[in-house]
Design a protein around this ligand. Sequence first.
Ligand code: NDP
Length: 239
Amino acid sequence: MSAENEAGVALVTGANRGIGKEVARQLAARGYQVLLAARDSSQASAVAEELTASTGQQVRGLTLDISDPASIAAAAELIGRDPGRLDVLVNNAGIGSDFGVAGVDPDFDAIQRALDTNFYGSYRLTIALLGLLRQSAHPRIVNVSSGMGGVNEMGGFSPGYRVSKAALNAVTRILATELKEERFLINSACPGFVNTDMGGPMGATKPVEDGAAGIVWLATLPDGGPTGGFFRDGAPIAF
Ligand code: NDP
């Protein structure tokens, strides 16, 4: 590892646009070597080039569809070979497959799609990369969740999205507990209601820079920071 990569290596999923792209930019600006993952390989390369130019740090594109176990296995193998190191995993990729659909009239195919990406995808990827993360002196995992997945404030509608994020939050707690003695800091983040392709059409106005900042804070926590928590903008919220 060269001196300029002292901050470590960070992988951000779904980083070709929206919050993930901004998290990748902010981590690169802090000196991380960023692996910018996107399911479309040409977008991964193009956005990685753009962020390399704008931050002056090395950002590498990586093809990864988290809903495809074979794609996860291939990406994990590639990262294991080069750079052979991983310090930060930001599970950002996510879909809203049933926004506004009533829980009393569910679309079970849409619920399955939400689970495949938001829950199984992020969980599977985390497990595939656990060996590398265990070798880090300061392993950090951020699961990008949503207040809509908070059971405490759970309302109606969007059952697939809500359940998939609640399940992701459960994984945060399970892994944070099991890996606590191994230096891991693992937390869930709600970015807030952010003006992206996902939030914008629903009326979100929060700038993407602000939504990303709370995620980057968790990704770069110092040793002794919180683990097993759920945060929005750096403040704890109820699971
Ligand atoms: P966007 O829809 O703008 O971006 C979603 C990203 O996830 C895209 O890069 C998309 O890639 C990627 N993605 C989707 N499915 C997959 C997959 N199977 N494999 C790899 N990448 C995938 O959403 P946001 O940036 O707003 O959301 C980012 C995260 O924040 C999500 O997890 C979302 O649930 C969460 N969130 C967002 C809120 C908001 O108000 N915006 C509120 C609360 C939580 P592609 O371009 O190929 O589709």
